[in-house]
Design a protein around this ligand. Structure first.
Ligand SMILES: C=C(OP(=O)(O)O)C(=O)O
Ligand SMILES: [Mg+2]
Length: 571
């Protein structure tokens, strides 16, 4: 039994077998073979085995896949048996006496380069097929096993170095009971997705991948960050009990689905949800969200190899607006940092979180920005749409972005398309410059939403993805409390409102502080709403106001704030 400590990233208890999601080293050495005919024969045998492997994956995955998705496997088999590809590999083995793996790598690289340089989307997709198939075949030739999450057919805990947001969104939550990773932080996007999917998760364990073997039994606690490999019976019993208690607590929270988010002395707030796609709407309803405070539209752009069209986006925004009872804040494309787009490779930068990200990219690529704005404006008549720009650092950026929005609005109206009369236009406050200058911004925007995930990262100059400096992720540092206070006060002075859509909005200890500072809207993973509502319903606004001001004005450290909140509220 080995215990490893990481950071709890998504609540809940998981008990299941380990499934390691690890890419093996597929480095190929170039060898001369003595018997090319035998090498060709062996290449053909491996090819036949890989075909069987793909057929097996297809069969297993077909339960969860659409016909179109299942067709990808047929395309892979076709590619595997493509006479041109196979023929050139065999010719290389024969003529150059090259080992099969090296011959395959040469030919596949040539095909991938050729297909990816073609304009036609069809050929670009073929490049991806060649890459997938040749990697599988190369692994086979090298005797290495590839990870294959789609073949998971029993309950598992995924063990990985890191999971990308797209890996995470593909997990089947009926079978994946939890995950634990070597790196990451509470606000890395895979952790945020895990919370929205209600998959217990622990990140930043540093060593879990090395210490675990496939099939080891794992228990993990997504609150404490404890992961135990091959626990003894007493520990398993203890975690089973914890899991039962956790499930009972969740059931109790469900009784608050229709309750108001109001303090004991009548101060009303709005508890709304962060979503990444219409798939999250079920959770929005089930958890009694009073609207959507952040729709991260970038996930829409990550799903495909091509950028989503105006029509595709329009359908998605319409679906969300029609199905949410309350305001919906849609954030325009926030790509860059840890969120990459297959359809839009960005140049490598030294510090991607400080580079061409979010609104910066949209203002450089107005062609892409305009498509999204048109889709949003057309959808605006189907609900209560608010549009929000991410990563605004200067008023100039806001004015330019709003200018493009207004141009598209006028164009649509001239085309005879209906657009809602009133659409609020606001900004994320996630860069300290904007938080400090909130009084000036408040004169021009309709609302603010504080993105603490980035605001904390940029205020402390500490990468939100880093597990080694995560002690600097300090939502309760007085520096952050003061910035939040400044933003809320500035908005209220101009008759505007302030929300918060960073992860801090859902933290237990933040409830009294944010309530006391007068935050109007708390936006968080839908699955955090009911717990936060329960806390707010137990707090007095007047008492929280005194507490929050004391924390902002008198405390010097995060520890002092945390202690003061605990003493005053028991949270
Ligand atoms: C909500 C935020 O945006 P994201 O996590 O998508 O960067 C934030 O920065 O707090
Ligand atoms: Mg952000």
């Amino acid at each position: 039994m080995t215990t490893i400590k990481g950071i709890g990233a998504s609540s809940g208890i998981a008990l299941a077998k380990a499934y390691k999601l690890e890419m093996p080293d597929l480095t190929v050495t170039r060898d001369t073979v003595a018997d090319p005919a035998a090498e060709v024969e062996s290449f053909r045998e491996h090819k036949a085995a890989v075909e069987q492997e793909i057929l097996k994956i297809k069969e297993k995955a077909s339960k969860n896949l659409s016909e179109e998705e299942a067709a990808v496997f047929d395309a892979h088999i076709q590619m595997l048996n493509d006479p041109e590809l196979g023929g050139q590999v065999e010719a290389k083995i024969q003529d150059e006496k090259l080992n099969a793996a090296a011959a395959l790598e040469d030919v596949a690289t040539m095909f991938i380069t050729m297909f990816s340089s073609m304009e036609d989307a069809y050929f670009k997709e073929r490049a991806a097929d060649v890459k997938d198939v040749s990697t599988r075949l190369k692994a086979h030739l090298l005797g290495k096993k590839l990870p294959d999450p789609s073949s998971i057919d029993e309950e598992v805990v995924i063990i990985a170095n890191d999971l990308t947001p797209s890996d995470t969104s593909q997990l089947d939550k009926n079978l994946v009971k939890g995950f634990a990773t070597n790196i990451g932080g509470r606000t890395s996007h895979s952790a945020i997705l895990a919370r929205s999917m209600e998959i217990p998760a622990v990140v930043a364990t540093n060593t879990i991948l090395d210490e675990t073997k496939d099939g080891d039994f794992i228990v993990l606690d997504g609150d404490t960050g404890d992961v135990i490999i091959n626990p003894d019976e007493a520990t398993i019993a203890e975690f089973e009990k914890k899991k039962k208690e956790y499930d009972e607590y969740k059931a109790e929270l469900k009784t608050l689905v229709d309750a108001e988010s109001v303090s004991t002395d009548g101060k009303k707030t709005l508890l709304v949800a962060n979503i990444g796609s219409p798939n999250d709407l079920e959770a929005v309803k089930a958890n009694g969200a009073e609207g959507v405070g952040l729709f991260r539209t970038e996930f829409l752009y990550m799903e495909n190899d091509d950028l989503p069209t105006e029509e595709q986006q329009f359908e998605v925004y319409k679906e969300v607006l029609e199905n949410v009872n309350g305001p919906v804040v849609v954030r325009t494309l926030d790509i860059g940092g840890d969120k990459k787009l297959p359809a839009l490779p960005l140049p490598e930068e030294m510090n991607p979180f400080l580079g061409v990200r979010a609104i910066r990219l949209c203002l450089q690529r107005k062609d892409i920005f305009r498509v999204q704005l048109r889709a949003l404006l057309r959808a605006s008549v189907y609900g209560e749409l608010h549009i929000m720009f991410p990563m605004i650092a200067t008023l100039g950026e806001f004015r330019e972005a709003k200018g493009v929005l207004m141009e598209e609005k006028e164009k649509l109206i001239a085309e005879g398309v209906k657009v809602a009369d009133k659409i609020e236009v606001g900004i994320m406050i996630e860069i300290p410059a904007a938080a400090v200058l909130a009084d000036q911004f408040a004169k021009e925007v309709d609302f603010f939403s504080i993105g603490t995930n980035d605001l904390i990262q940029y205020t402390f100059a500490a990468d939100r993805m880093s597990s080694t400096i995560n002690y600097l992720y300090q939502p309760f540092n007085p520096a952050i409390i003061r910035l939040v206070k400044n933003v809320i006060e500035a908005s209220h002075k101009e008759g505007k409102w302030t929300g918060m859509c960073g992860e801090m909005a859902g933290e237990a200890k933040a409830a009294p502080l944010l309530l006391g500072l007068g935050l109007d809207e708390f936006s968080m993973s839908a699955t955090s709403i009911l717990a936060q509502r329960k806390r707010i319903r137990g707090l007095s606004y007047e008492e929280c106001k005194t507490l929050a001001n004391k924390c902002a004005d008198e405390c010097a450290t995060m520890e002092e704030v945390v202690d003061l909140v605990s003493e005053s509220t028991g949270l």
